[in-house]
Design a protein around this ligand. Structure first.
Ligand SMILES: [Zn+2]
Length: 304
């Protein structure tokens, strides 16, 4: 039997329908594939953001405690992971009590998470700002002070990241922390051998070498902070000890200043909030910038 002369060819129709359905399934499949949270590349990551998140216009503050889980970070008077987790939680609580922000923790203390997983949290929540909290260590116990690393020159969010970094320097300086380097703001890069090198903020050249992964991959202004030396008793005393509450207050003050134009006055003060007043911009105490050119902060490679 030949179909050539037949005007009605149910087999062909079925084939055509199958082809169309196959094409439709393929398109749907591609779509579904695009929705998967592939945290290992740069695809848009939307899972984790609920409808309620979309309807909430409050700034999203992503807080990344630099270490945790199987990664204790640097060792000192305590493990870096403990201090950064405590500080992150204290900052989270301040922002949550304020009510004008949506704080998000990228990294729970007990959870081992890769850099990719952590910036995926920030991007998944459409962070408006990322703060990565770390601490330096000096085996000799001599190092002290604060430094921070904004997204470097040439990056999309450099200008905003730098502006926030300058506010952080003012807050930590007012707290009494030594400010390291030229002005507490530095840029970090990794060379072809994955060796980290650091330049001061006066070096505004655009480097092709990548900076910290969290700064390069988060789609928002971002900063990595070495808030103190975990090997320095005096540093730890200034930032509020292991709880990091005084450091958290510095971050909180700077965040309020950074978003001042889009924030209303706080709705109410939570009775659980830290008792210390939220100071306005305030005076800053100038400290002599330390030049410790020969000193390289101790930082585990996995940390950044
Ligand atoms: Zn670290």
């Amino acid at each position: 039997m030949s179909y050539r002369s037949s005007g009605y060819r149910p087999g062909c129709l079925r084939s055509l329908l199958s082809l169309l359905m196959g094409a439709a399934l393929l398109i749907v499949g591609i779509k579904i594939g695009a929705w998967k949270p592939d945290i290992l590349d740069d695809t848009e990551y939307t899972i984790g953001r609920t409808i309620a998140d979309f309807l909430d216009s409050r700034p999203v503050i992503a807080i990344d405690a630099g270490h945790g889980g199987d990664d204790p970070g640097a060792s000192g008077i305590m493990d870096e992971a403990v201090l950064t987790a405590e500080t992150a939680k204290a900052l989270y609580d301040l922002l949550d009590a304020d009510g004008r922000f949506q704080p998000v923790l990228c990294h729970e203390y007990n959870t081992t998470m890769t850099i990719q997983e952590r910036y995926a949290v920030a991007n998944g929540k459409y962070a408006d700002l990322l703060v990565c909290i770390h601490a330096n260590a000096d085996p000799d116990g001599k190092g002290s002070g604060f430094e921070c690393y904004p997204a470097p020159p040439g990056r999309k969010y450099h200008k905003e990241s730098l502006a926030f970094g300058e506010m952080l320097v003012e807050e930590f300086s007012a707290l009494g922390m030594d400010i390291r380097g030229e002005n507490g703001i530095r840029y970090a890069y990794y060379d072809d051998n994955n060796e980290k090198y650091i330049v001061e903020s006066s070096n505004t050249l655009v480097f092709d070498d990548p900076s910290f992964g969290m700064l390069e991959k988060t789609k928002a202004p971002a900063i990595l902070v070495e808030q103190c030396f975990i090997t320095s008793e005096s540093d730890l005393a200034l930032i509020g000890g292991q709880s990091g509450t005084a450091a958290a207050q510095c971050y909180y003050n700077a965040i309020c200043r950074y978003f001042a134009d889009e924030l209303e006055e706080p709705a109410e003060q939570s009775s659980n909030a830290d008792e210390s007043e939220v100071s306005p911009a305030g005076e800053t105490e100038e400290t002599d910038a330390e030049s410790e050119e020969n000193y390289q902060p101790v930082e585990l490679p996995s940390g950044n």
